[in-house]
Every structure is written in structure tokens, then in C-alpha cells.
Design a protein around this ligand. Structure first.
Ligand code: TXA
Ligand code: MG
Length: 327
């Protein structure tokens, strides 16, 4: 049997291959897409398995929030509350390399793995083929850079192909990216704009458009990468992780089969994946934590999750949830 290898679709063939591209996205698979900044590893931002597949393919050790890509401001409005300042910026710079951090809309269908459980969402409208795919697919795509964790971002389809050799990833090839560094990330409120990640849209371009001062977040400051904060998604109920015996009256986050574990003390049990599938577990994590937090128990007890593959990110997230709250 020959080894799996990625399939490359050249830009001229992309229109005719849209049904296949949309089928893959709709069934929770990743597709690598070119943007004007870097190639992205995209999945349907409302599809739990799709989003979990991004983390799995990248081998990301933690669930940082992902940028959600839309085909324009109308689609963005379904998922985020867009204030006047943000609207001006979107009008001026979309489609383009500007990501806006906005309040997540109530009842939004964005999967919580995309926002890492935050109540904000990073959203941008990319140029070119990526925008066209989103328009045809009709739903937003979550996409970090299409490289394995800790490696540099790909700016050509061949880079993506080399990163994911041995997989069946579909890669849309539109040649080299124009910009080659990731988008500028800003958080906009009425009178202040914070640049959380510098990019090709500079602070002075933003100041000129809005006529207000721009604050630049210093590297390492808390607002830069909320996913890196030790305790950033913590339920109100205290958590004990890695337990094989559930304490009396606890709300239990189970994983896999019961095997040697004692679940008899549990007041309520939610299983991340009864079959022990890490992708399914990752996609259920935030929803399960919220459910257990609402159960009114004194503690949430979590069973051990294997620290392999996606399990590394799941354990990272559970450790953050169990860490003492930061003030
Ligand atoms: O150019 C780009 O932005 C590329 C292409 C593919 O579009 N995408 C990209 O995505 O760089 P990613 O997932 O690597 O960037 C995610 C970063 C996070 O590390 C975080 O700093 C920020 O975006 N971010 C996302 N959502 C956020 C949120 N709700 N609050 C604050 N920062 C957020
Ligand atoms: Mg990256």
C-alpha cells in the first residue's frame, strides 16, 4: 500500500473542484488555503471535529484561540458584535490582513474551541481564493498558519506539502503569498485601539484611518495571547484533574471506558468520548466543562487523558482550568 500524500489543486482548477473542497469542509476535514498573508489550515469554524482536526494536524500543545475567516462584514455580523470603530476598520482594510478582536455574538454557532472558550472572537476577511471558498461554502473558516506547531509559517503550497507529507490534506495552490507574515491583530473600542500582533497594516495606518491613538501591546503582556494565560478558561467550580476515583458528589468529566476507574461517587457524569477518541474529546471539551460547571457540585473531577497527540492540548487546557485564578 502506498503512503498517503497531500493532493494539490492549482488555482485554475479550484472553481471546478469547489464541490470536493466543500465536501471535505462539511465533513470536518481540514483544507489548506492560500491567503494574502500565509497559507492557512482551514476547517469549518462551527464544526467541532473540523476545528479539533486543526489542532491535531498542527500538533498544537495548547488550545490558543484561532482566527475566524469570513467573506465580508455581512457574514461577520452573524458571529460578532461590530461597533463603529471596528466597522470603519473593516470598511477600510477588508478584504485584507487585519484581524479584529470583537465580542462574540450571543448564540453564535462558532465552536468554542475556536475562541478557546473566550467571549471574544478574532475575525478577518482574507483576500482572493480563501475569500471565494468561504463565499461558496457559506460558513466561516477557522485557520491558523498551515505549519506544524513551533515551525515557521508557510508562504507557498510546497511548504504546506512538505509540512504535511504523509497525510491526505487537500492543498489549494495559488502560488506565493503576497505578504508572507500573519495579519495585524487589533482590539478596537470606542476610543482606544490595541495592536495585539503587529503585521503589514501598521499602527500609523490605523491611526490615520480612525484619527485616534493606537496602543501597542508589549510582548508577553496579558492581552497579547489570551490562550497563554495560566488560568484563562476556568469554570467557577474547583477542578481536580487526573482522578481515577471520583470523589463523592463531584461532577465527573469522564474519558473512555470505565475500565479500572471508580465512577460511583459521581453526582453527574459527562464523557468526553466514550470510545476514547481524542479528536471527539477535544471537540466536546468546552461544552462538557460548561455543563459540569452548571451542575452545582462542589468539585469537578476529571479522569486521566492520555498525553499523546491531541491529548497534550486537552491536558494543557485542563491544567489551566485547574490553576489558581489570576487576578
Ligand atoms: O494572517 C493570519 O492571520 C493567518 C492567516 C491564515 O489568516 N492566521 C493566523 O492565525 O495567524 P493564528 O491562529 O495563528 O493566530 C491566532 C492568534 C492567537 O494566537 C491570538 O493571539 C489571536 O490570534 N487571537 C485569536 N482570537 C483571539 C481572541 N479572541 N482574543 C485575543 N486574541 C485572539
Ligand atoms: Mg502560526
Amino acid at each position: 500500500m502506498s503512503a498517503a500524500s497531500p493532493t494539490i489543486i492549482k488555482s485554475v482548477e479550484i472553481e471546478s473542484k469547489m464541490p470536493e473542497i466543500c465536501d471535505r469542509l462539511g465533513s470536518g476535514q481540514c483544507v489548506a488555503i492560500p491567503t494574502e498573508t500565509v497559507y492557512g489550515l482551514a476547517a469549518d469554524a462551527t464544526h467541532g471535529i473540523g476545528v479539533a482536526s486543526i489542532f491535531e494536524m498542527k500538533g498544537r500543545p495548547s488550545f490558543n484561540p484561532l482566527i475566524c475567516h469570513v467573506d465580508g462584514i455581512d457574514m461577520a455580523e452573524h458571529y460578532a458584535d461590530i461597533g463603529d470603530t471596528a466597522r470603519k476598520l473593516a470598511d477600510a482594510f477588508w478584504p485584507g490582513p487585519l484581524t479584529l478582536i470583537l465580542p462574540l455574538k450571543d448564540g453564535s454557532k462558532i465552536h468554542p474551541l475556536v475562541t478557546a472558550g473566550l467571549d471574544t472572537i478574532g475575525i478577518r476577511c482574507p483576500k482572493g481564493i480563501a475569500c471565494r471558498v468561504i463565499e461558496v461554502y457559506g460558513k466561516p473558516l477557522a485557520a491558523p498558519s498551515a505549519n506544524r506547531s513551533g515551525r515557521i509559517s508557510p508562504t507557498r503550497a510546497e511548504h504546506v506539502q512538505a509540512e504535511f507529507a504523509g497525510t491526505q490534506l487537500l492543498i489549494l495552490d495559488d502560488g506565493p503569498c503576497d505578504i508572507g507574515i500573519e495579519s495585524t491583530i487589533v482590539r478596537a473600542s470606542a476610543d482606544i485601539l490595541e495592536v495585539l500582533r503587529p503585521g503589514s497594516i501598521t499602527a500609523s495606518m490605523l491611526e490615520e484611518t480612525l484619527g485616534i491613538r493606537v496602543k501597542i501591546a508589549l510582548p508577553g503582556s496579558k492581552i497579547e495571547a489570551p490562550g497563554m494565560m495560566k488560568s484563562h478558561y476556568a469554570p467557577n467550580t474547583p477542578i481536580q484533574i487526573n482522578q481515577t476515583i471520583c470523589p463523592e458528589g463531584a461532577a465527573l468529566l469522564a474519558f473512555g471506558k470505565q475500565d479500572g476507574k471508580d465512577r460511583s461517587g459521581a453526582r453527574v457524569i459527562v464523557n468526553l468520548s466514550p470510545s476514547g477518541d481524542l479528536k471527539e474529546a477535544a471537540s466536546n471539551l468546552y461544552a462538557c466543562m460548561k455543563e459540569l460547571d452548571a451542575a452545582g457540585a462542589e468539585t469537578i473531577s476529571t479522569e486521566p487523558i492520555p498525553a499523546t497527540g491531541l491529548g497534550v492540548a486537552i491536558n494543557d487546557r485542563l491544567q489551566r482550568a485547574a490553576a489558581p485564578k489570576e487576578s
